[in-house]
Design a protein around this ligand. Structure first.
Ligand code: SF4
Ligand code: SF4
Length: 359
């Protein structure tokens, strides 16, 4: 027999906590996502850039009942990934910045396993489920907000009152009716720190993100050349950007995640940038085994490393960049060329041969 909605909610929350999830909240599903029209306008404006998968079947993304007929509840789940910066002496050579969520193992399989356990429980209670660990079409922040799992910040990130914004969000759609939670108020108030902190003005207005300007998009989702206008703003970033997260005052309560899989790997803080330029496909796969970074593949990663070296590299990086400038892949070669020119521009006292090519 199916338990009543309140018992279902209590049991589900207890199981989620036992599985190490940091929050579990429920929203009733009675119509399309509240921001379905705004999402369509965002797509129509082309602000999703080259993420064409976002524009596919938008009706499925906007209304979960299109994905799971008969769905009655959305369960939103949070998994904290915050890790403190380790206290270790910095290496002598320039290093790169990697978004905190990618310091350790890829979160998808870990989150997927926890969600499957929750789904089996709901199945035993008579429900049919569909799970999303950042893996499918759903306007997840709308449902998280409706359930009171934080609020949608001006940065467009979901902000949780105790976790801040360093957490993974996941969802389960279910045909069961589960007792819903109350939404929270928006607690951004007059704060605009995320808008000010963004190095490329990608947050064009509160709650408005132009992905084409966002350094996370440009270093992770975008496969082509990084537009020249954003290369200097990239700074030392080689995978993602955390500036709008780091600026948010709601992170003041953030605690280290209990998940040891998210602990920083040695390459995150200890590898000089130029060491990455020595990676070949096999060593790239070995270094980033289980890491989310492997998903962008070697050429896009080396593209990012070249731009970062152009911004923060020193004369010691010139030989590695010169070799990269001869790479048969034009994406890598062009960004390495740009980096050589940029170092020459930043350090005019360096005696360059006639052309950076000849270094
Ligand atoms: S991730 Fe970086 S570039 Fe993108 S919106 Fe946030 S601060 Fe701006
Ligand atoms: S930085 Fe300020 S405005 Fe931006 S999401 Fe956080 S609280 Fe809201």
């Amino acid at each position: 027999m199916t338990p009543d909605p309140s018992t279902l909610a209590a049991n589900l929350k207890r199981l989620a906590a036992d599985l190490g999830l940091h929050d579990c909240r429920i929203a009733l599903l009675q119509g399309p996502a509240p921001h379905a029209d705004a999402f369509q306008a965002w797509l129509d404006d082309g602000r999703h850039g080259s993420m064409e998968w976002m524009a596919r079947q938008p009706q499925r993304r906007c209304d979960p009942r299109e994905v799971l007929p008969g769905a009655r509840s959305v369960v939103s789940l949070a998994l904290n990934y915050w890790q403190p910066h380790p206290h270790s002496p910095p290496p002598q050579a320039a290093t790169g910045s990697i978004a905190r969520y990618a310091w350790g193992d890829d979160y998808h399989p870990l989150l997927d396993r926890k969600l499957r356990d929750l789904c089996s429980h709901l199945e035993d209670c008579g429900g049919t489920q569909k799970l999303y660990a950042d893996t499918g079409p759903i306007l997840e922040r709308d449902w998280a907000t409706a359930s009171g799992l934080g609020w949608n910040g001006k940065s467009t990130l979901q902000i949780h009152p105790t976790l801040g914004c360093y957490f993974f969000l996941a969802e389960i759609l279910t045909t069961l009716e589960i007792a819903p939670d109350r939404p929270l108020h928006d607690h951004c108030g007059k704060c605009t720190r995320c808008l000010t902190a963004c190095p490329t003005q990608a947050i064009t207005a509160p709650h408005q993100l132009d992905a084409r300007r966002c350094l996370s998009y440009l270093t992770i989702e975008h496969q082509g050349p990084i537009p020249l206008e954003f290369r200097q703003a990239l700074g030392d970033r080689i995978y993602g950007c955390d500036d709008c997260l780091a600026a948010c005052p709601w992170n003041r309560f953030a605690q280290a995640s209990r998940e040891t899989a998210f602990a920083a790997r040695p390459f995150v803080h200890q590898w000089p940038l130029r060491h990455f330029l020595a990676l070949d496909p096999a060593s790239f796969t070995a270094l980033f085994r289980l890491s989310p970074i492997r998903r962008i593949k070697l050429p896009a990663f080396l593209r990012n490393v070249c731009v970062a070296l152009g911004n923060v590299g020193t004369p010691d990086d010139l030989p590695a960049l010169s070799r990269a400038a001869q790479d048969p892949n034009p994406l890598i070669a062009e960004h390495a060329q740009w980096a050589l020119c940029e170092i020459a521009r930043r350090l005019p006292s360096l005696s360059f041969p006639d052309s950076p090519n000849s270094l």
